[in-house]
Design a protein around this ligand. Structure first.
Ligand SMILES: NC(=O)c1ccc[n+]([C@@H]2O[C@H](COP(=O)([O-])OP(=O)(O)OC[C@H]3O[C@@H](n4cnc5c(N)ncnc54)[C@H](OP(=O)(O)O)[C@@H]3O)[C@@H](O)[C@H]2O)c1
Length: 251
């Protein structure tokens, strides 16, 4: 299956890795549907992406929206080849400061959002299709202030395996990308101040073997590979895209 024959759904396609992946597929002539929470951002991004781009306003943290997703997709296309479940963000706080609201918010967007997105889209995915979930290397070790985010991403990691087991009979591959520190808008939504963000970035950068954050395009390339026929025997696993951070630092 060539990229230009594909219909791709990317949740959270208005910035960061979702947008980079949308660009990569659009450049190769695919039809790409992106989701995001706001009509104005969706319109702006669809215009920027150009021919082949479509948008749906849908909040991955809201069950009412999730339950409408399949019908909204059907207004654009009758099938999907590739689903990249990417929508999300992190909120970081020490255990003592985590509220029930913080906990529910992250689990709603990252865990329920991922699960019910797949449930909605699966009936539309053609045989030979691919599902890619976005996890994170934070699942591999204990990072302070990330207890809830990391637990939510660990649940997503678990879905890769269980969904792969179920989807094999349908000849649909399920895999994940596990990004390390990638230069996106994610920091802006963490609840940290600009000063704290700057401090974190300064502290983290020297711990990355290449001494730099990853580029969203570097994750997009891995998503495109996992979606391609070249990855036809890769199923139920993850590609880590972290510049060696987790293996080399052992964290
Ligand atoms: N950056 C990193 O270092 C890193 C590392 C590992 C994993 N990740 C994961 O990668 C994914 C993408 O994040 P990013 O780093 O590319 O950040 P980003 O630039 O902030 O992009 C996040 C995207 O998700 C969308 N989004 C957020 N909440 C949503 C919701 N409730 N419903 C629908 N769309 C939603 C945003 O769209 P709107 O704001 O327009 O709604 C945006 O398009 C996330 O799941 C994140 O946890 C990030």
């Amino acid at each position: 299956m060539d990229k230009q024959d594909k219909t791709v759904l990317i949740t959270g396609g208005t910035s960061g890795m979702g947008l980079a992946t949308a660009r990569a597929f659009i450049q190769d002539g695919a039809e790409v549907i992106i989701t995001g929470r706001h009509q104005d951002t969706i319109n702006k991004t669809v215009n920027e992406l150009g021919t082949g781009a479509h948008g749906i306003v849908s909040d991955a943290g809201n069950m009412l929206d999730l339950n409408m997703l399949q019908e909204q997709i059907k207004e654009i296309t009758s099938y999907v080849d590739i689903l990249f479940v990417n929508a999300g963000y992190g909120k970081f706080a020490p255990v003592e400061a985590v509220t029930e609201e913080h906990f529910d918010e992250l689990f709603n967007v990252l865990v329920k959002g991922t699960f019910f997105t797949v449930q909605q889209v699966l009936p539309l995915i053609k045989e030979g299709g691919a599902i890619i979930l976005n996890t994170s290397v934070v699942t591999e070790a204990g990072f302070s202030n990330m207890s809830v985010y990391s637990a939510a991403k660990s649940a997503v990691q678990s879905f890769i395996k269980t969904m792969a087991a179920e989807c094999a009979a349908k000849n649909i591959r399920v895999n994940g990308v596990s990004p390390g520190y990638i230069d996106t808008n994610i920091w802006e939504k963490t609840g940290l101040s600009a000063e704290q963000i700057e401090g974190q970035i300064e502290a983290i950068t020297p711990t990355i073997p290449f001494n730099r954050f990853g580029d969203p395009d570097e994750v997009a390339e891995a998503v495109c590979f996992l979606a391609s026929d070249e990855a036809s025997y890769i199923h139920g696993t993850e590609i880590v895209i972290d510049g060696g951070y987790s293996e080399i630092n052992g964290s």
